[in-house]
Design a protein around this ligand. Structure first.
Ligand code: HEC
Ligand code: HEC
Length: 373
């Protein structure tokens, strides 16, 4: 079934046309206008429905304490409203939880861009990493098989018996349904302030050189000089979680490091020139997803714009594109109005949220070891 909620309006074609061929090779919008509009992917309803229940089911975490929706909360634009994320009980997170709205249209994921293949891999990482859901795939499969509602839903979705492979397909199918709705920028209903902001965004302020395409990101990493969030190093639980991550990622000198090295983990350049680079995030749905940046150090959009206006932060690897912009106070406010016009309706209704209580009141399969998978 094809869902096409988004019509291309003439207002959208006014954007400056930039050349962004390679960055958008994987995108549905390869080689089109510099910014927007968005095109919803096709959705298989039975698979997405199953994925929705799984997304809201705490039994997908090792000790059944958290679900995907514990951190990716519908009422916060599928982020969590915190500077730094929570984590599996016994650890604490060291990154800001990104929105999942439109994540199905992205070409790489995580603040350091460490996964650029597909959402099946991203889902696996979320489920199995010990500081996230800390779940063993085999245990997950057995748990899901015990629940007669799932047995029926997997069958109805055409997956046959529950398996961990189909769980990792069903959740991304649900993510395909999380697409921006009713966005002033897409609808051509922007205020005059937002229109002035768009002109600055594409002109004098130069934002569009990194924030372009339908998601307002070129999917590349840059160093814009965002300061460290000191809580990662002062809170022993966050610090330990980061140290374990850094060790696993092969980060040089991980025991002594006191900063989030970001995209350095991708190429590990010997001169450390990727330290402090982070993936350019989408600018859609920002109204729902404060605080901002990989470590949540900005509370408001005005603070972010003022930060760019001042020439970004201080860092030896600072990207040369980041320099003082000389914007007036009124111009900065117009850019904020444009950023706000990139947000749509909250996705908090029953089409996007699993609302039925998930019952675990069913008889256990006693001889589960003998029941074939
Ligand atoms: C404990 C909190 C937590 C839970 C539970 C969690 N996530 Fe996440 N998720 C995060 C954080 C934090 C990041 C960013 C990680 C990074 O950049 O290193 C993230 C990133 C993602 C991304 C990439 C988004 C982007 O734009 O880069 C996807 C997709 C995602 N999570 C999906 C899921 C799914 C599906 C589940 C359930 C299977 C899940 N998450 C469970 C906290 C969580
Ligand atoms: C050199 C590329 C580049 C340019 C130019 C640029 N940005 Fe960014 N932007 C980034 C990167 C990279 C991040 C993420 C940094 C981080 O997480 O530490 C970011 C983050 C943001 C965020 C935070 C989003 C979130 O969800 O956390 C906003 C808002 C933003 N930029 C707006 C703008 C505006 C407005 C301009 C123009 C004044 C601009 N950017 C110019 C690369 C750029």
């Amino acid at each position: 079934m094809k869902i096409s909620r988004y019509k291309r309006s003439s207002a959208l074609t006014l954007g400056v046309t930039l050349v962004f061929t390679t960055a958008f090779a994987g995108s549905v919008f390869a080689g089109s206008d510099a910014i927007g509009p968005i095109v919803a992917p096709e959705v298989n309803e039975a698979k997405a429905l199953l994925g929705k229940r799984l997304f809201f089911d705490k039994r997908l975490s090792g000790d059944a304490a958290i679900s995907c929706s514990s951190c990716h909360q519908p009422e916060n634009g599928f982020s969590d409203g915190l500077a730094l994320s929570k984590a599996y009980p016994g650890s604490k997170g060291f990154r800001n939880t990104p929105t999942l709205i439109n994540t199905a249209l992205a070409a790489n994921w995580f603040h350091d861009g460490r996964l650029g293949t597909n959402l099946n891999d991203v889902t696996r990482e979320m489920i199995t990493e010990d500081y996230l859901m800390n779940m063993d795939m085999r245990l997950m499969q057995e748990r899901v098989k015990q629940d007669p509602v799932y047995v029926e839903m997997f069958e109805a979705a055409g997956y046959g018996e529950p398996s961990n492979g189909s769980i990792r397909k069903a959740i991304p199918e649900y993510l395909n349904t999380l697409i921006s709705q009713n966005v002033p920028f897409d609808n051509g209903t922007m205020t005059d302030a937002a229109k002035r902001g768009q002109a600055l965004f594409e002109g004098k302020a130069g934002c569009v050189s990194c924030h372009n395409g339908p998601l307002l990101t070129d999917e590349k990493a840059y160093n814009i000089g965002v300061a460290e969030n000191p809580e990662i190093w002062s809170d022993p639980m966050r610090h330990m979680t980061y140290t374990a991550f850094a060790s696993f990622m092969g980060i040089e000198n991980y025991m002594n490091i006191r900063r989030d090295v970001g995209a350095q983990i991708i190429r590990h350049p010997a001169d450390g020139s990727d330290v402090g680079s982070f993936s350019t995030p989408t600018l859609r749905e920002l109204k729902q997803t404060a605080p901002y940046m990989h470590n949540g150090t900005f509370d408001t959009l005005f603070e972010v714009v003022a930060f760019y206006n001042a020439g970004g932060g201080q860092d030896e690897n600072l990207d040369p594109k980041i320099k003082p912009l000389g914007l007036t106070f009124a111009e900065q406010k117009d850019i904020v109005a444009f950023l706000e016009a990139l947000s749509g309706d909250p996705l908090t209704g029953p089409e996007h949220v699993w609302e039925d209580p998930i019952s675990t009141n069913y008889p256990a399969i006693e001889n589960w070891r003998e029941v074939p998978n």
